[in-house]
Design a protein around this ligand. Structure first.
Ligand SMILES: C[S@@+](CC[C@H](N)C(=O)[O-])C[C@H]1O[C@@H](n2cnc3c(N)ncnc32)[C@H](O)[C@@H]1O
Length: 233
């Protein structure tokens, strides 16, 4: 794992050990679950599942759930919570910026809530390429990313590349953040039919974030590195 990934892992482990993250599912998850049911979606990956608030909800709704997160503490909390609720999910501790440990065309839908922006644009592109590999053709993506710099958490920061900054203090010190905008989201998700791309506001701290809901409309040509992936068959 690279330096910034170790930092992000440590930071989120601390958050989850201290039980410092919301337990309520993503605000519009009931509507998304209904949409998934109407569209015969069954197998869903929560990429960056955290301490499980969305996995637990969807597992209880009867979906076949998978989760991956860099935080071992988050995944541990998710496991305990699933057990308590008497439901199952397949969980992995891993960075999403490497090969994802799933076969191609495996998932009906992938969710990625407030997670994809913790890397450089090169890392993010690698993750999107992996998302396209493991999603079925016509599979769905539901993604949210923070819009702008979270001023409450990040007072001092420095830009290390275009649209890429690192906080110099506080809880997220040293953690890479990439700043998306609508045009960049459209460009990076050009292989998806965009069903919805909007901004929303967090009820708690009023932070704004982008919501992207899309459908993979064809299988793009994947590069040779990804085609040699041992999980490809
Ligand atoms: C804001 S939290 C959101 C968690 C969850 N999606 C939710 O909505 O409750 C961001 C999550 O991204 C995870 N994360 C950050 N970088 C990651 C990476 N490279 N690979 C996998 N997970 C990562 C963190 O551990 C954390 O759980």
């Amino acid at each position: 794992m690279r330096n910034f990934e170790l930092k992000v892992k440590k930071q989120w482990n601390e958050v989850y050990v201290n039980d410092n993250f919301t337990k309520k599912p993503q605000r519009n998850l009931p509507q998304i679950a209904n949409f998934f049911k109407l569209n015969n979606i069954s197998r869903i990956l929560d990429l960056g599942c955290g301490s499980g608030r969305n996995i637990v909800y969807l597992a209880k709704e009867g979906f076949e759930m998978y989760g991956l997160d860099i935080s071992s503490e988050g995944v541990h909390k998710t496991k305990l919570w699933l057990k308590k609720e008497g439901v199952n999910a397949s969980l992995k501790v891993r960075s999403m910026y490497g090969k994802l440990p799933y076969q191609k065309n495996y998932f009906d839908a992938i969710m990625c809530i407030r997670t994809l922006n913790h890397g450089t644009i090169q890392d993010i592109r690698k993750a999107i390429s992996e998302i396209k590999r493991i999603l079925k053709p016509n599979g769905f993506i539901y993604l949210t990313v923070v819009k702008g710099i979270t001023k409450s958490l990040q007072k001092d920061y420095t830009f290390i590349d275009s649209r890429t900054y690192v906080p110099l203090g506080g809880r997220e010190k040293g953690v890479i953040h990439y700043l998306f905008n609508k045009n960049i989201l459209e460009k990076e998700f050009k292989d998806f039919k965009i069903i919805k791309l909007s901004t929303n506001k967090s009820l708690k701290n009023k932070d704004e974030y982008y919501v992207l809901f899309g459908k993979l409309n064809h299988k793009p040509n994947l590069n040779s590195r990804t085609n040699n992936n041992k999980y490809n068959s």
